[in-house]
Design a protein around this ligand. Structure first.
Ligand SMILES: [Fe+2]
Ligand SMILES: [Fe+2]
Length: 248
């Protein structure tokens, strides 16, 4: 299997891949916080859509591969994994709610900020407790193989939260695959629709601009005609006898 490679060409093992995902999510959190400060609702909505996707995919690969590997390799990780699954569940419920909300909803930013705090706490525990246990339990080759599996699973994971679906194997194997198929078809349809809408908006803008240009030209033509009619009228007036100055 081809190893996952970071930007510099170094193969990513499971721990590096999970940490890279965490860093990507943290960057999105910072973007949301900046958008909130600017009161940029469109920006907030864009970041939340991206976060729903990234967090759904990340939660799925952990539930499908990372947590089961930890439970198999390290008995003492059991309680931590169960707690992590519950935290995922709460995060997915919140993501599900955010998906149905609009950034102008008065609870939108409050909900997002609570989610950010919860995920930061979860990541801290994962990186501080779970990943070190995984590192102690698996050797370098096993960590690399798990990294490859996680990377492959990322490409076939659901992009929506699905809080009611099973989150442990074997239940999540089948439902996750079906959900991924459904989500990714929906994403593709949404992309096509949004590109069509963009094209429609561009076309409407172009038509409006053409209309404004035609109106500007018509007004200019009208002014020119009015000016030349006025100057013709003045010339005629100068030529008529009653307007000539009387000679005494
Ligand atoms: Fe997690
Ligand atoms: Fe994680």
């Amino acid at each position: 299997m081809q190893s996952v490679r970071a930007k510099g060409g170094i193969a990513l093992d499971a721990i590096q891949l999970i940490k890279r995902d965490h860093a990507a999510v943290e960057r999105l959190f910072k973007q949301f916080e900046r958008a909130e400060k600017r009161e940029d609702e469109a920006g907030q909505g864009r970041v939340v859509r991206e976060l729903v996707k990234e967090l759904s995919i990340h939660a799925n690969i952990e539930e499908l591969l990372l947590y089961p590997a930890l439970r198999r390799a390290e008995q003492r990780a059991e309680d931590d994994v169960l707690e992590a699954l519950e935290e995922h569940h709460l995060v997915k419920l919140t993501l599900d709610e955010l998906e149905d909300m609009s950034p102008d909803d008065e609870r939108y930013c409050a909900k997002m900020n609570v989610l950010i705090q919860a995920v930061r706490h979860h990541v801290e525990e994962e990186e501080g407790e779970l990943l070190p246990k995984l590192k102690r339990a698996l050797d370098a080759n096993q960590l690399r193989e798990l990294g490859d599996l996680l990377a492959t699973a990322k490409r076939a994971s659901p992009t929506r939260p699905h809080p009611s679906a099973p989150d442990t194997p074997p239940g999540n194997l089948l439902t996750g695959a079906l959900a991924a198929l459904f989500d990714r078809s929906r994403d593709a349809i949404r992309d096509v629709a949004s590109r069509a809408m963009d094209r429609g908006r561009d076309g409407a803008r172009e038509m409006a601009e053409r209309g404004r240009e035609a109106a500007r030209k018509k007004v200019a033509r009208g002014r020119r005609k009015a000016r030349s009619a006025a100057s013709a009228a003045r010339a005629t007036a100068r030529r008529t006898p009653e307007h000539r100055p009387s000679v005494h």
